[in-house]
Design a protein around this ligand. Sequence first.
Ligand code: TRP
Length: 456
Amino acid sequence: MEHHGNRVNFGSKLGAILAAAGSAVGLGNIWRFPYETGNHGGAAFILIYLGCILLFGLPIMMAEFVIGRRSKASTGGAYEKLAPGTHWKWVGYLGVLTGFLILGYYSVVAGWTLEYLFQAVTGGFAHKDAAGFIQMFTQFSQDPFRPLLWLFIFMFMTHLVIVRGVKDGIEKSSKVLMPILFILVIVLGICSVMLPGAEKGINFLLNPDFSKVNADVFLGAMGQAFFSLSLGMGCLSTYASYFGKETRLGHTALSVGVIDTLVAVLAGLIIFPAAFSVGIQPDSGPSLIFITLPNVFQLAFGDMPFVAAACSAAFYLLLALAALTSTISLHEVSTAFLHERFHFTRGRAATLITTGCLIIGIVSSLALGEWSSYTIGGLNMFDALDYLTAKVMLPVAGMLAAIFVGWVLDKKILQEEVTNHGHLKVSYYPLLRFILRYLSPISILMIFLNELGFFK
Ligand code: TRP
């Protein structure tokens, strides 16, 4: 095991990449990306999304890597170590809070994937039509108890991995789960693209319609970029604190960015051709993959119930695994913070975080049924949490991370980190610094101002 002081590291460079990719690839790619794309008009949204990844996604990932590896502390302590006695520590605390809130509602959806896996395996999808699947989803998601049961189970699984620690828990699980996930996405993508009538879905994904682009599309794409790449709350910076000294930050960021984007686009290729093939609207929101997918498999393989069930089971298994490597990373941010700051054992820290997130999870789950009449700004508490975290807290903290590395941190530190103390030749260093100082903060700011109506 490699140690820096008494701090544990990931065992290998590949382990570091897979853990970070495991954090990035999740419900954000397979559940959130398709419905955001559907709601915002398809290919034009995707183009703007790709722009966001280049303009501030990858650069801010680099910034987080630098902050994490340099400070060797979780995000809650990193800013304090790098800029002692300043207010920057609040950015770290904001990250811990954001992660805590995201984990709460994210685990609810993660729990749904287990219910759907269970239904697929036990034959619950057989003989249902579109109306049947809509009813099934509505009934299930509004039920006061059943989703909570799955939420508990999912949280417990996350908890178990976290308690095992960085190397035996996080790294090992990513190394097993990520390859399975890639195989599943590719197989399902190929199946979906071959369905009759799939071209319409492919068109929707690849032919941009710019008439649908408005301020919300930009805000949506920015939120999605932060959410999908696990940026803006120090999640990847916490993971980077476990990177060894020979891990190449630029190479790792690029790998994670490429993997994450590929999986999102492949998820689109699974869902849209399938949806169009059976005539289901792509803009049905968060329920998209829970209603369309089982229905599509049912219609496509109706006379072979076993195949239909196997496809559905494979898909929801994929989703559950992807979600698990992400909930682990969200959990780690707060657990590591409590562990370092208050010297709790990992077990004790993890128990506190699990309990707190369960409470937020219960509230967001009930917000879709019993408590749907309690709203904030017209959104129920589940949607409000998603909006507040993805579209406000993550971009704000991400912008501050860019400003921190671009303006506050000694530029020697940035150079040392991206070149591994001079061991690597890195030609993009000046460009990265320029982007972090100017392009990233300004473009994020413009998207906010645009949303607030400043450019009308
Ligand atoms: N990126 C993950 C996904 O796409 C979710 C996630 C994990 C996340 N850690 C995060 C989102 C940190 C924002 C910040 O599903």
